[in-house]
Design a binder for this molecule. Structure first.
Ligand SMILES: Cc1cc2nc3c(=O)[nH]c(=O)nc-3n(C[C@H](O)[C@H](O)[C@H](O)COP(=O)(O)OP(=O)(O)OC[C@H]3O[C@@H](n4cnc5c(N)ncnc54)[C@H](O)[C@@H]3O)c2cc1C
Length: 532
């Protein structure tokens, strides 16, 4: 069963080795575990529904609590510390496109706000219930989870948009295909949610980001249906698929989604490499990207993340061996960087790409650590998210900020983000443990993904204030550096104040006018992405 106030399945637990517990305590101070706000009390707080009765809508308080939030840090604080105070008036679970249509008609007739709900894994406030005189309906896509058709000849599959990661792969694998889209939230997030937030998977360097996997589909808007056929290419004016991608529920409900699929590959391998310095490692991965090496993923950790990952994985022996190696090469202990690199393809293709990679990495003083760490990463790729539960129970909160910048700005931006988070926490006389990695590497630049860990405060208000200081300072640092406010998580409420800095006033007006035309009554997920 899914945990109501944290991440994932309640039977899964990720433990932290003693050295990792010591590391966290040394870096940020002793955490104090706080008692969680109980579900029964939360349910008692849910007010009576303002919705008229409807056969497709439930007003059950527990279901309403579950659909009132995503997985952002403010969502966690609201749930765990008990200051969640806005809930949808009802939740609908349509099982057909016809039922979605009926619910949209009901919403129009009864003047109801609709929040499309995929897997509820948003980390930037996409699903929060607005304060409004109108009732709010959460429209869950959970039952729209089938493979509608597959065309192996054109390598296209049509799915209902509420299908979750594991169900997509299971249904495709039966036909010998894969979508290959693996965000860390894979277990719970949905195809419709991926499209609506422009999601990125861990192996997107091989399969493509969701924007290149999304071939077409059908979105039900308050003005009618937009149908995008899966043209392989088109010069017929601006591509409406680009409007749907990243629309964050503002245009309507994506019901059917056509995606490009690939045959299941012969080989899918992840290797680990180690570099004596960040500079060497950065130059190596940039060379791989511009020299056209066909990797499936590159994850380059900075020195603090390298140390943290090794300690958290309980790899003290590896840490000691690396230390000996660094001493032997006369390199300072705190400067080494770990890099995971993946390859997908036939046995021959993988061997060729691996050879090319090894020669590039050697030129940059990289050494191969073999496949063991890559295999461990593969095993835990979706389980690492459960550490957030473990850390919270120890008295620590974890959040992330992410961006993408061109190569000339990668190091300065990463340093500026980390410094900004430190300054935000300084305001509260608190320390944060901060580390970063490059998660997706492109020929023109890279994404930067920074994690910060800090102590839970006594009150929910102070907790949010600490988080806000770090998040605001980091977001401003991203804008100052010329980065995008999000490489993969989207905009929602949390990134909304920074969107104009990258779209400009004219760009923002285009978005506002598009939403106003399709949804003049501001019914579809109002306030997200663009302010009203
Ligand atoms: C532990 C964890 C790890 C994560 N890792 C990644 C990662 O590796 N890569 C990444 O890109 N993101 C990641 N995320 C963020 C999140 O999983 C993505 O944003 C994901 O795409 C959201 O999908 P969802 O189905 O959960 O959508 P939801 O969270 O339910 O909704 C997100 C937005 O999409 C809209 N929406 C959902 N379905 C539809 C639909 N059918 N039609 C119209 N609008 C719709 C909603 O209204 C909302 O605005 C992670 C989140 C967590 C908690």
């Amino acid at each position: 069963m899914q945990i109501w106030n944290g991440w994932g399945d309640e039977t899964v637990h990720m433990d932290l080795p003693p050295a990792a517990r010591r590391l966290v305590r040394d870096r940020v101070g002793r955490g104090t575990a706080r008692e969680d706000f109980p579900l029964e009390k939360m349910m008692a707080r849910v007010p009576g529904s303002r919705l008229p009765r409807h056969p497709l809508i439930t007003t059950d308080p527990e279901v309403r609590v579950f659909h009132s939030h995503g997985q952002s840090l403010p969502d966690w604080v609201a749930l765990r510390r008990g200051n969640l105070n806005r809930f949808p008036d009802g939740v609908a679970f349509p099982a057909t496109a016809g039922e979605v249509q009926k619910l949209l008609c009901f919403a129009r007739e009864q003047d109801v706000i609709v929040i499309p709900y995929g897997g509820g894994t948003s980390v930037v406030g996409h699903l929060n219930v607005p304060e409004d005189d109108r009732p709010v309906l959460s429209l869950s896509l959970e039952r729209l989870n089938r493979l509608v058709s597959i065309d192996p000849y054109s390598r296209l599959a049509t799915f209902e948009a509420g299908v979750k990661g594991p169900d997509i792969e299971a249904q495709l694998r039966a036909h010998g295909f894969t979508l290959g889209h693996y965000p860390q939230s894979f277990e719970y997030s949905t195809l419709g949610g991926w499209v609506a937030t422009r999601s990125t998977g861990q192996q997107s360097s091989h399969y493509g980001r969701i924007e290149s996997l999304f071939a077409g589909g059908e979105i039900h808007t308050p003005q009618g249906t937009i149908d995008c056929p899966p043209f392989p290419a088109s010069a017929a004016g601006p591509d409406l698929r680009q409007l749907i991608l990243g629309s964050e529920g503002r245009l309507g409900i994506l019901v059917n989604t056509i995606v490009k699929v690939s045959p299941i590959p012969e080989r899918d391998e992840v290797w680990s490499f180690f570099f004596p310095s960040w500079r060497d490692a950065l130059e190596a991965v940039r060379s791989m990207a511009i020299d056209g090496v066909r990797y499936s993923m590159i994850r380059l950790s900075n020195p603090i993340e390298t140390m943290t990952q090794l300690v958290m994985a309980g790899r003290e022996r590896t840490v000691n061996l690396l230390r000996q190696y660094l001493r032997f090469r006369n390199i300072k202990d705190a400067e080494g960087c770990l890099c995971l690199i993946g390859f997908i393809g036939s046995k021959r293709q993988v061997a060729a790409e691996k050879r090319l990679t090894t020669s590039i990495l050697r030129r940059n003083r990289g050494i191969s650590l073999g496949r063991r760490m890559g295999k461990a990463w593969g095993k835990n790729r979706f389980r690492a998210a459960y550490l957030r539960n473990t850390l919270w129970d120890m008295g620590y909160a974890v959040d992330t900020v992410e961006t993408a910048v061109t190569w000339d700005k990668v190091t300065t931006t990463m340093e500026a983000i980390e410094k900004a988070i430190t300054e935000g926490m300084d305001r509260w006389k608190e320390r944060a443990h901060i580390f970063s990695h490059l998660s997706h590497v492109y020929p023109t630049g890279s994404s930067i993904y920074t994690t910060f860990l800090f102590r839970i405060a006594d009150s929910a208000e102070e907790m949010i204030a600490r988080w806000k200081a770090a998040k605001t300072f980091a977001s401003r640092a991203i804008i100052r550096a010329g980065g995008t406010i999000s490489h993969q998580h989207g905009v929602g409420l949390d990134h909304r104040p920074y969107l104009e800095a990258e779209k400009g006033a004219v760009g923002m007006e285009i978005l506002r006018q598009a939403f106003a035309h399709i949804d003049p009554e501001k019914r579809m997920n109002p306030g997200k992405l663009v302010e009203e």
